[in-house]
Design a protein around this ligand. Sequence first.
Ligand code: B4P
Length: 183
Amino acid sequence: MKQRLLFLGPPGAGKGTQAQRLAAREGLLHLSTGDLLRAEVQAGTPLGQEAEAVMARGELVSDALVLAIVRSRLEQHQGGWLLDGFPRNLSQAGSLDGLLSSLHQQIERVILMELDDSVLIQRLLARGRADDNAEVIAHRLQVYREQTAPLIAHYEGRGLLRRLDGAGSIEAIEERLASLLVD
Ligand code: B4P
C-alpha cells in the first residue's frame, strides 16, 4: 500500500474522518493541520492566538506558520504519513516539495475527496464547530475554490491524483479509498 499520502478536498468532504481511520489501521502518522492549529488555539500559545481569528473567519492561516508545524513533525518521523488538509494552496505545495526533497521522500498518492456543496454544507452545519456556521462555511468554500482547487491540476499533472466519491456511508467510502491505494 502507498505510505506517503495527501488528502485534498473541500471543507466537510470527510478528509479528517477517513484520514483518522486509515492512519490508525495502517500505522501512518496522521497530520491534520486543522487539528494541530485547533490544539494550538486551545493551549493559548502565541501561534494559536495568531491562528484563532483567521480560522474563525474561514480564511487560511499563514503559510509560514502552517509549514513550521508540518516541518517539525515530519522531520521527527520515520515511516509512512498522511497529510490531511495540507497543502492548501500552491505556495504550501511548493514548500512541501522542498521539505520532502530535503528528507529524501516523495508523495506517493494524492486523494481528492469530492462531494456536492449541498451535502458538505449539511454535514458541517450538523457538526457545529466554531467555524461551522452558514456564513463562514460559504467563505471556506470560496477560499477552497480559489486557493486549494488549483492543486487538483497540479497533482493530476504529476500523475499522483485519484478521485474518491465522498458520498455514502463512512464504511463504503473507506472501502473505495483502500482500493485507490494499492497499485
Ligand atoms: P480542517 O480542520 O482541515 O477541516 P475541514 O476541511 O473543514 O473538514 P474535513 O474535510 O476534514 O471534514 P470532516 O472529516 O471533519 O480546516 C479547518 C480550518 O483550519 C480551515 O478553514 C483553515 O482556517 C485552517 N487550516 C487547516 N489547514 C490549513 C492549512 N494547510 N493552511 C492554512 N490554514 C489551514 O467531516 C466533516 C463532518 O462530516 C464531520 O462532522 C463528520 O463526522 C461528518 N462526516 C464525515 N464523513 C461522513 C459520511 N460519510 N457521512 C456523513 N457524515 C460524515
